[in-house]
Write a protein that binds this ligand. Structure first.
Ligand code: PGA
Length: 231
């Protein structure tokens, strides 16, 4: 079981140091991946680290970009790619290049995909997700592809407390697995210590990507305890 913690733009350096002490005490036999802001990635820890984004470029004259090579050089092993809060500014080609750069540096991409509310209402959830997947992973080799973690995050469920039914999530997870049987698939979008009892009944989920919950170590521990039997 994988649980990735997306801190988003939260925590100053001092706040993060206090928070990190709590995260370091967390008990979980699965894989816990902490994705703080770039700034806080430089704080020393034994916790597995992921970035929230990565440059599509190798290196060179790209002001403000942080490359996979640089992340790797400070021990970061994962990076979120294509989170819906960033997708407006990123083309599919850039996402593909981000994944390439990560794989070249032996890092694991966590590729976020998910439909908007209007897509679901129009009945085009699978079409949207199929396109998001194929526009990026079809251009990877079989070996590269199997190293990508997919995070299914319905855009309308992120940070809203509103989540799809288990049947709706199940349908999408099965659809992704039918296309990518060798990939780990996470669910993300308002997952918390209360709804995890329901969510964990869904078959084929290999873990979770959590935002709001990641900020509250005590609640996170309850969430992980409830997952424990599945570790
Ligand atoms: P949330 O965020 O858990 O706060 O909904 C998830 C995410 O954006 O990755």
């Amino acid at each position: 079981m994988i649980v990735a913690l997306n801190n988003k733009s939260n925590f100053t350096r001092e706040e993060y140091k206090e928070y990190l002490k709590e995260i370091e005490k967390i008990y979980f036999r699965g894989k816990l991946i902490l994705c703080p802001t770039y700034l806080n990635l430089t704080v020393e820890t034994d916790v597995l680290l992921g970035a929230q984004d990565v440059s599509p470029f190798e290196d060179g004259a790209h002001t403000g970009e942080i490359s996979a090579k640089q992340l790797s050089s400070i021990g970061v092993k994962y990076s979120i790619v294509g989170h819906s809060e960033r997708r407006l500014n990123e083309t599919e080609e850039e996402l593909f290049n981000e994944i390439k750069r990560l794989l070249e540096n032996n890092m694991t991409p966590i590729l976020c995909i998910g439909e908007r509310k209007v897509d679901r209402e129009k009945g085009s959830t699978k079409a949207v997700i199929g396109n998001q997947l194929s526009s990026v992973v079809n251009y990877l080799t079989e070996n590269e592809r199997s190293n990508v973690i997919i995070a299914y995050e319905p855009v309308w469920a992120i940070g809203t407390g509103e989540i799809p039914t288990n049947d709706e999530i199940q349908e999408v997870i099965s659809f992704i697995k039918s296309k990518l049987p060798n990939n780990k698939v996470l669910y993300g979008g308002s997952a918390n210590e209360e709804n995890i009892d329901e969510l964990k009944k869904i078959e084929g989920i290999d873990g979770y990507l959590v935002g709001g919950l990641s900020l509250k170590p005590d609640k996170l521990q309850i969430f992980l305890d409830k997952l424990r039997q599945e570790e």
